[in-house]
Design a protein around this ligand. Structure first.
Ligand code: IPD
Length: 270
């Protein structure tokens, strides 16, 4: 088995086990353990417990790999592979009982920085619907056994889009201006609340496109590979790599029009 396929298989196994743990904890009842950068940026005990489980499983299987996790930070490894993990993406949904959240695990090579890394394998697991989205570089994106493809035949007019609002309140005025520009064009707009699932849904053709400012590496690492392997494009407002300034994901043919509709002059603050 090529290395990337081994990585995908491991990500899938661990995401499934982690998702089952998060689901049990959700059924037991969830309390917010702490507020982080903003009132919307929360962590539950389950986030911490699930990340610890993922970290432990990865350490046991591949002790020389690096790790970059939402709750416990970064550890450089020596193998050249780094695991980028969001134990519960969509924590606010999770805490409130909205059943739209996921475990997101990506294996990347190169520098553990989204501007520099190359994603090799990914798993995004939605425990409530028991849906496993996965991808391996060069091997396609999959929802369980079904191969995924982005919607390649839509323009911005009539596109079903999703967005999100990063946690930094200073960026919200710009977010709302983008929404005001895009809404009159799009078929409709969703704020789903879990970036990894926004991206998985673009890969699956459940959304035509997605854009958000303020994503952290663990929010988009796995989902971006899903979109690319489903034939789509993921980038920043001016093309380039996706990152904290902007992440846009859609079919290649829609990308420039969506970036223009959302940004006009390509200034994320405008
Ligand atoms: C958040 C979700 C949300 C997005 C935020 C993310 P978290 O991740 O993906 O949809 O709008 O930017 O940080 O905190 O729930 O893991």
């Amino acid at each position: 088995m090529p290395l990337e396929e081994d990585l995908r298989a491991l990500a899938v196994d661990i995401a499934r086990e982690a998702g089952a743990l998060a689901l049990r904890r959700r059924r037991d009842g969830v309390a917010i353990a702490a507020t982080k950068s903003a009132v919307a940026d929360i962590v539950t005990e389950a986030d911490r417990e699930v990340e610890a489980l993922i970290r432990e499983r990865l350490r046991a299987a591949r002790p020389h790999d690096g790790f970059l996790g939402e709750e416990t930070g970064a550890d450089r490894g020596t193998s050249g592979v780094t695991w980028v993990v969001d134990p519960i993406d969509g924590t606010v949904n999770y805490a409130y009982g909205i059943p739209v959240w996921a475990v997101s695990i990506a294996a990347v090579t190169g520098e553990p920085d989204p501007r520099l890394w190359r994603a090799e394998a990914a798993a995004v697991y939605a425990p409530v619907t028991d849906e496993m989205f996965s991808a391996v570089r060069g091997g396609g994106a999959w929802l369980d056994g079904e191969r995924l493809a982005v919607n390649a035949d839509r323009g911005v007019a009539g596109a079903l889009l999703a967005t999100g609002f990063g946690y930094d309140p200073a960026t919200h005025a710009g977010d709302l201006k983008r929404v005001a520009r895009v809404m009159p064009l799009a078929r409709d707009l969703r704020r789903i609340g879990a970036a990894s699932l926004d991206l998985a849904y673009v890969a699956a053709g459940r959304l035509d496109g997605y854009f958000e400012r303020g994503l952290n590496p663990w929010d988009h690492a796995a989902g971006a590979l899903l979109v690319e392997e489903a034939g789509g494009r993921v980038g920043g407002a001016t093309g380039g790599r996706p990152g904290v300034d902007m992440t846009i994901a859609c079919a290649d043919a829609l990308f420039d029009d969506l970036a223009f509709a959302a940004f006009g002059d390509r200034d994320p603050d405008a």
